[in-house]
Design a protein around this ligand. Structure first.
Ligand SMILES: NC(=O)c1ccc[n+]([C@@H]2O[C@H](COP(=O)([O-])OP(=O)(O)OC[C@H]3O[C@@H](n4cnc5c(N)ncnc54)[C@H](OP(=O)(O)O)[C@@H]3O)[C@@H](O)[C@H]2O)c1
Length: 307
């Protein structure tokens, strides 16, 4: 839709900022909201836990489409603080879904491979969800709420997102940071998933939004790979010493939240839905390495120039 007005709730995040840039490149009218950081004329401040503030912002922006990548996505933190994170991840998301629906706007909610238990892998969109941890349960709950809100809305299940971001929190930037200082990195063996490069994810989601389709879609990188193999590939792509990556059996890796062992997602539905290639590991990492100067140029712009 050419007259689309888009609100991205969580526009400073890893996924949200790639979406903001993706839609801006396509000439769309985009408003981005942030919670903590970079409150400016360009990025509106919003705590989605505050239902009145959500209604007010949606009333002012009058979006036709609301992208909702905002969340507390820290899986162990969710496990240790279920009540606190539920207020953001469930109640906050539902505030946005309700306010957007009341104004006739479509919603794109970002969910996760962690709605599955990892018993089989290659999950299809209509496979039964059975989360192993609190984060996954919170995502599954919002998926159920959005299904009730109507078939026009979209749920994007993604997995292991990586790319350039202000705070280098994602797996690839952590590997790069540690290995470039000569520090070793320990990684659980036997975990398989589809790592997802956010620039490719954003292109696919923008195309899907344009197509007007609703429902659940798995939008992940085109390759199912062991986490440790992906880490080695990332190290090599950045010219770093992959021997610093050490494997540990997954059951010796102590973390508060259980994680699925095989959470790979099937991409047949999204491949049929949009005409955007889904990149594999090599192509994605090659793009990420070559994209660094463009990212730096964007990151150094004043906040008001970013949209
Ligand atoms: N990263 C992954 O590997 C991955 C995998 C599967 C699914 N997902 C899902 O994909 C989505 C995006 O993840 P991400 O990695 O991009 O997360 P992220 O980088 O941590 O970004 C989270 C965003 O949410 C905003 N936010 C947090 N609390 C908020 C609140 N109370 N009200 C309004 N905004 C709030 C943050 O704003 P500030 O920056 O201003 O604090 C930030 O813009 C999440 O739903 C996540 O669960 C991520």
């Amino acid at each position: 839709m050419s007259d689309e007005r888009i609100l991205v709730v969580g526009g400073t995040g890893l996924v949200g900022n790639a979406l903001v840039r993706g839609w801006t490149r396509r000439g769309k009218t985009v408003t981005a909201a942030t919670y903590h950081c970079r409150q400016t004329a360009a990025f509106r401040q919003l705590d989605m836990q505050d239902a009145d503030a959500v209604k007010k912002l949606i009333g002012e922006v009058a979006p036709t489409l609301v992208a909702l990548p905002a969340a507390n996505p820290f899986v162990d933190y969710c496990e240790l603080h279920p009540e606190e994170t539920r207020k953001v991840n469930v109640d906050g998301s539902i505030n946005v879904i309700k306010a957007a629906s009341a104004r006739g706007a479509r919603v794109i909610f970002f969910s996760s491979d962690y709605v599955f238990d990892g018993g089989k892998g290659d999950y299809h969109e209509d496979d039964r969800v059975n989360p192993l941890n609190e984060y996954g349960r919170q995502k599954a709950e919002v998926e159920a709420a959005i299904a009730k809100a109507g078939p026009r809305h979209l749920v994007i299940r993604t997995s292991g997102a990586y790319g350039w971001q202000w705070e280098p929190k994602n797996f690839v930037l952590q590997i790069r940071s540690k290995l470039s200082k000569g520090e070793a990195m320990t990684i659980a063996e036997g975990i398989r998933y589809n790592p997802t490069y956010t620039e490719n994810l954003a292109d696919i989601v923008c195309a899907l939004a344009d197509s007007g389709q609703g429902g659940i879609f798995h939008v992940v990188g085109g390759e199912r790979i062991a986490r440790i193999e992906f880490a080695r590939a990332a190290a090599k792509a950045f010219g770093l010493d992959d021997r610093l990556i050490k494997g540990v059996p997954a059951d010796q890796f102590k973390a508060p939240a259980l994680r699925p062992k095989e959470s790979s997602l099937n991409t047949a539905k999204i491949r049929a839905a949009v005409n955007v290639p889904i990149w594999g590991v090599k192509e994605s990492l090659r793009h990420m390495v070559s994209f660094e100067p463009a990212w730096k140029e964007y990151a150094e712009k004043t906040p008001a120039e970013k949209i």
